[in-house]
Design a protein around this ligand. Structure first.
Ligand code: SF4
Length: 508
């Protein structure tokens, strides 16, 4: 992957070229795909990443940074955050990208993996005298040199959920080390629904949960080229996905952009020693997972950018239906905006309330990132419900593009599908197809289902919020005001802030 002939990726075009001729083992509809780049169903997900590289050209301040390792401009998706401003800019870029693509742009897992590993390897080395942090910096430097895409591989298939990794009947239910040599380790197992994995250049494999001493062989973090021997990718289907393989540009709803998830199977895949960043340190697995999910749950402000597109589509269809001045329609658009900004507000607040870790890397606020992600598990559904309400029944009963183009019935359809005379029937149909695409079609996978399960299903955020809500402290505040005797001195209680409130009231 990093041979001398390889040039740094500088824009969307050179990114797309960098994915060619890799001979990946990608399976879709039971067949191996020769060149994923040219596959009509896969290409929209590649276009989504290419657009991110293009944004770095047109808006370098937002979508790129000067690398501290190479001194050259690289994608912001490869940047280690060293201030809360860096965290905030990441969120702003994510919102912009959501607006431009109307779907998942797939690169956030990599940046969140790099940032969480940056601080965790530092603290592991400090405790154990290992050398993971320097190895990570060297790897990061080579990624900056080529401006590559890093895919994060975290979610194991998990088998029987009541059992831990080492208790499973089949040890491959969680990715683990199968063999060791003087040059590195071999791993086997499978990671489920991996976002953008085929469109990446490198994968970073990480444990998916807290581990115990018996799970030592599962405490492995390492980077591997996407084209490594022994990796099989099985493409995940999305509703209405085959529409992108049909002729025409209307029925697909969003012709250019789509998301990507695949199952990644590892059959004795080799990881070189220099690219191993955890091996056996089971007691740091929970720290890594918690820091990663804190970053990633706040990355879900991406959905507010996608929400902007859906609000725009809902407002447009109201206009095209001739009802844009009706008061309850306006009120529904206000409700959509309120829900959408609630997601953004909690995500960006988590970034503003970020704090410095021992490594110098900035970690965003965990309470607020969990609140952000928990909103995301619900609010896009409410936004979608209103969008469908405003769209009317045609959102699910429109005839196909082929019927619209039919010499006999086409004219009749255009006549009867016209709304306000200010717009053509085709414009109205295109907006309806976009709403269908985002709320029940292909891109509903990223806007709705992924919103529930990505970065942890809703209960995982509730558990974290429960851990951090400082109920005893809040009870004591209430008791003081209610005049109930307390064992502690009242001033002492009010000063006893704890983790979250220390950040809330930090005035430095
Ligand atoms: Fe990024 Fe959002 Fe896609 Fe996750 S769902 S990878 S946060 S765009």
């Amino acid at each position: 992957m990093m041979d001398k002939s390889f040039r740094k990726i500088v824009d969307g075009k050179s990114y797309i070229e960098s994915l060619r001729n890799r001979d990946l083992n990608v399976y879709l509809f039971g067949k191996k795909i020769n060149e994923p780049v040219d596959h009509d169903m896969i290409r929209p997900s590649i276009n989504a990443i290419a657009k991110t590289y293009d944004l770095a050209v047109t808006d370098p301040e937002l979508a790129s940074v000067i690398s501290p390792f190479t001194g050259e401009r690289v994608s912001r998706f490869l940047h280690i955050c060293t201030s809360s401003k860096d965290l905030v800019l990441q969120n702003k870029m994510q919102r912009k990208l959501g607006q431009l693509k109307g779907t998942c742009f797939q690169m956030c897992v990599g940046i969140d993996a790099f940032n969480s590993l940056y601080s965790v390897t530092f603290e592991m080395d400090e405790k154990n005298g290992t050398d993971y942090h320097n190895k990570l910096i060297k790897f990061l430097t080579s990624m900056h040199k080529y401006n590559f895409v890093l895919g994060g591989a975290m979610t194991d298939v998990k088998g029987d959920r009541s059992l831990g990794p080492s208790q499973q009947v089949d040890p491959d239910m969680f990715v683990h080390v199968t063999k060791r040599t003087s040059k590195g380790v071999y791993i086997s197992g499978a990671k489920a629904h991996q976002t953008g994995c085929i469109n990446s250049h490198w994968l970073i494999v990480m444990p998916t949960m807290r581990l115990s001493e018996e799970d030592k062989q599962y405490a492995i973090v390492g980077a591997i080229p996407v084209s490594s021997k022994g990796i099989i990718y099985i493409y995940g289907r999305q509703s209405c996905d085959t529409r992108s393989m049909e002729e025409g540009s209307i029925d697909v709803g969003n012709k250019e952009f789509g998301g990507q998830e695949a199952m990644v199977i590892f059959e004795n895949v080799f990881i070189e020693n220099k690219n191993i960043f955890m091996d056996g340190e089971y007691d740091f697995a929970a720290m890594l997972v918690e820091r990663f999910t804190t970053y990633h749950r706040r990355s879900y402000v991406c959905k507010s950018g996608v929400g902007d597109v859906l609000i725009g589509a809902a407002a447009s269809i109201a206009e095209m239906n001739g009802v844009d001045n009706v008061s309850h329609i306006k009120d529904k658009l206000i409700q959509m905006s309120h829900l959408n900004e609630t997601i953004y507000a909690t995500g960006i607040a988590s970034s503003y309330q970020g704090f410095k870790t021992k490594s110098g890397c900035f970690q965003c606020d965990d309470m607020l990132s969990n609140v952000c992600k928990h909103h995301v598990t619900k609010l896009p559904f409410e936004v979608s419900q209103i969008a469908q309400d405003l769209a009317g029944g045609f959102v699910s009963t429109l005839p196909s593009e082929k019927d619209l183009n039919h010499p006999k019935i086409g004219k009749l359809l255009h006549k009867y599908l016209t709304g306000s005379s200010k717009f053509s029937s085709e414009e109205r149909i295109r907006i309806l197809r976009l709403i269908e695409n985002m709320t029940m079609g292909r891109n509903a996978v990223s806007y709705l289902t992924e919103s529930i399960h990505g970065a942890g299903s809703p209960q995982t955020q509730r558990i974290q919020i429960g851990r951090m809500m400082q109920l005893e402290y809040k009870k004591r505040l209430a008791k003081i005001l209610a005049g109930i005797d307390s064992e502690n001195d009242k001033n002492e209680i009010v000063d006893e802030l704890g983790d979250y409130f220390e950040r809330v009231f930090n005035v430095k």
